[in-house]
Design a protein around this ligand. Structure first.
Ligand SMILES: Cc1cc2nc3c(=O)[nH]c(=O)nc-3n(C[C@H](O)[C@H](O)[C@H](O)COP(=O)(O)OP(=O)(O)OC[C@H]3O[C@@H](n4cnc5c(N)ncnc54)[C@H](O)[C@@H]3O)c2cc1C
Ligand SMILES: O=C(O)C(=O)CO
Length: 346
């Protein structure tokens, strides 16, 4: 049984069509070494990824040092490959995180992000005394960006099938190597009870804003401008599976946002949409190899990105490629191939 190879490229299956699965698929296809197919229960716009705000900013995601590294790699990847493309739905936008109390410590990801600085006094709304700033942060108009990822993946030769995987062995019938990008789905598919939902509600409004501003100190409040609208948030209700928006959360978000951006207190807010997504939260991102079927099958796990899937997506995709290529030579088939051929007796 040879490793699945067609046209001398190795066949790889990715399960999941969120920002993580699509970014990982694009990185694999760009090497020119793999045929990549995605199987996914839900397709954009019906994924958690589509419910995100989204901006580049490490948030509700661990481990801190790797999140810092992957966030910085993602920022670089955006600058090199994405920001210049108007179809990507992305914009460079300064981001300020603000605090009501002095915040002596820089964020743990600071060593990886050269453009980090402390906020200036004029960037702090009334009642706030400290803050961070990243002038070359960026935002994504999430639906536009997800469509852009799908188009990029397909244009590189990737194929997508809407298909739920109930048992990983279904995938092993056709593939030796599978990349698991199922987010919260890993709770069932791989029985990982460490991953759980953190419910986030956002409001999409017509008004615009010149910067992203967020307060995560005692509760969550943020304003994230995008190309065609602005997102106000948010909530973080752990282990809450309710995907329906609530009036109470909408009112609470509007109240908090008025504190960080007084202009939204004065001007009439024109609500376009209210969305809810379940962040795939975990004590840390799981990005590692797991061998099945006596070493003849390989699963590369890439899930558990919490509130930072977009922020770390390209760094994690590049890491998943590295991890996968370190794992494949240990597949039983490869090992057998490396064994010296028995010398003929003649
Ligand atoms: C309100 C809100 C705001 C956010 N804002 C930001 C932000 O500003 N910046 C940021 O970086 N992040 C943000 N996030 C976090 C970000 O949305 C997530 O980290 C990210 O979407 C996770 O991507 P994913 O591809 O792992 O998951 P998903 O988008 O959930 O994709 C998982 C995919 O796997 C599929 N799947 C699952 N199980 C199976 C199965 N058994 N068989 C087949 N397919 C399966 C699903 O159908 C889906 O296609 C926000 C999240 C929320 C909720
Ligand atoms: O709500 C979230 O998860 C965010 O990342 C917003 O910044």
């Amino acid at each position: 049984m040879s490793l699945n190879k067609v046209n001398s490229k190795t066949d790889i299956l990715i399960i999941g069509c969120g920002c993580i699965g699509l970014s990982t698929g694009i990185v694999l296809l760009k090497t020119g070494k793999y045929n990549v197919q995605i199987w996914s229960r839900d397709l954009p716009p019906n994924t958690t990824s589509n419910k995100a705000a989204a901006l580049w900013y490490p948030f509700l995601c661990n481990p801190p040092d790797l999140v810092g590294k992957w966030s910085a790699e993602t920022m670089q990847y955006f600058k090199d490959h994405i920001i210049g493309d108007p179809k990507s739905g992305t914009l460079i936008k300064k981001v300020n995180e603000i605090f009501r109390r002095e915040h002596k410590e820089d964020p743990e990801w600071r060593p990886y992000v050269q453009s980090f600085r402390r906020a200036r006094k004029d960037e702090l709304p009334e009642g706030y005394v400290d803050g961070f700033a990243v002038d070359d942060g960026f935002v994504m108009d999430t639906d536009m960006y997800m469509d852009y990822l799908v188009q990029t993946f397909k244009s590189l030769g990737g194929s997508i099938e809407q298909r739920e995987v109930e048992d990983i062995r279904e995938a092993f019938v056709h593939y030796d190597t599978v990349i698991n990008c199922t987010g919260l789905g890993s709770r069932e598919l791989f029985k990982d009870k460490l991953i759980y939902p953190s419910r986030g509600q956002i409001i999409v409004i017509k008004n615009s804003s010149e910067r992203s501003i967020m307060d995560e100190e005692d509760h969550i409040a943020y304003v994230i401008p995008r190309i065609s609208n602005t997102v106000l948030g948010g909530t973080n209700q752990e282990h809450d599976y309710n995907t329906e928006p609530t009036k109470q959360d909408t009112e609470e978000i509007l109240k908090r946002v008025a504190m960080i951006s007084p202009r939204f207190a004065k001007n009439r807010i024109e609500i376009q949409d209210v969305k809810v997504g379940l962040r795939p939260s975990r004590h840390e991102i799981r990005l590692e190899n797991e061998f099945f079927e006596g070493g003849s099958k390989l699963v590369v796990h890439n899930y558990g990105h919490g509130g930072s899937g977009f922020t770390v997506s390209w760094g994690c995709a590049l890491e998943a490629l590295r991890v996968m290529e370190a794992g494949i030579p240990n597949l039983l088939f490869y090992k057998k191939q490396q064994q010296p051929k028995p010398q003929s007796k003649l």
